[in-house]
Unconditional design. Sequence first.
Length: 521
Amino acid sequence: MRGTLAWGAISRAALAAALTTFLSVGSATAATLRVGPGQTYATPCAAIAAAKARDEIEIAAGTYSDSCAIAVAGLTLRGVGGQPKVDLSSTDHPAQYKGIYVVTADDVTIENLELMGAHIDAAHGLNAAAIRVEAKGLTVRRCKIHDNQNGILGGTSGTITIEHSEFFGNGLGDGCNEGGCTHNLYIANIDTLYFRFNWSHSIATDTRDKGHLLKSRAKNNYIEYNRFTGEQGHDSYEVELPNGGLAVVVGNVIQKGRAAGNPTLLSWGAEGASNPDKRLFLSNNTFVNDFGSGTFIAAPGATLRANNNLFVGAGTVVSGGPLSADNLSGVDPLFVARAAHDYHLSSGSPAIGKGVAPAAVDALPLAAVSEYVHPLGKAARPSARDVGAFEYGTTQQPAADGGAATADSGVAGATGDAGLPRPSSDGGATDASGARPGAPVDATSDGGASSATDAGASSAADASGSSATDAGVNGATRRSADAGCSLAATRNAAARGWWLLCTAALACWRSRQRRRPLHPS
């Protein structure tokens, strides 16, 4: 009898513990905060101020004009019911004189927002950004970022992932002649940048000297399946990697326009290859130079391997010598519509059937397994037999799955990106085995910003010929990593709580059964 009573006491104790665990886990589950007319919060920043770690904020379509820091780890901002616009064009300055959103917490995700109008005066640096990054693990998806002094600026360590987003008209102001150039994107000394299925184009034309369509000082750069088109803008480089580092450049369209401020399309190591890895891999890219002269690839000191690239237009293909025969230049590629920037291949193109399989190196994703589908979409590449960014027979039309996800359909690129590294919880990526291809473990330092006035800006002269340095990352302090549990861990704990609850209930029932007489009188 004492054993039965003891077991019943244990069962009740287990039941109480299970209930406590379940209730505490339930209270820690992320919340969804809603913004817009008739919702709890009138503006995005009001919801951000109320949010807790790992919460999600859904922003209804409309126009907003508030600006703030994001200091909540793991927070997601997502536009729903269309693409909300945050427009600071008519305001005096953005938050902290830095950006529409100043991201100071780790693992923040920003999805499906239009961000425009960030500007500050010369006294504050002329370098306001739509998104100012002062933490690690940022993810940006399906955003339209335009007409700011900088599109995205900054980074400290860890990873930044940018997918299915459009950048144009940034670089506003005369920064190149007043202290530092501004860019469509300027990524500072982080560990790894993942940049894919984006369209960066048409930098601002309000002044003649401008920055780049993409500038990155990251130690590792995975630049895959994007469209970089200078068009009528005054951009300097289309892609600049001033400190070298590992660069995997696969499946991109890279075009320089007639009004550009610099004749080089892709530059590696122009300010000193201070990053430890010196390798540059180019596979199945289409380079088009409409400037009339110049250099397609400038990579002094790089260990360069190039396969299946198509170079169209006048200019030196690569500084330093010729490439292998599977890279084509000096031929008419028979594009479908070059003037309209449609660089798909027509029947009879000399690029058809001339591709080779890039040899594997350190499990890096060097073979082209996808194609950019304009605008901001993706499609699986049926093979890689042809040279350039597109296999013959594919078109500009979006794939059957619509390419990038629609405004309310969740995370674009979260599934279906065949062969691509997948974003992990810290904003990085893993291959099929779960290991990041070529990417290092997240560092704890800021990666060695240079000694220029703004951390992350080089003291070297800007490549466009201006003697001014870049308008880099100013003044902000880095926020430590989030100490809370992840949502996945919370859900696992919830499952354990349910299991304990059921086990305790079963034990309690069994103890009652044992106390019943076998033959009642």
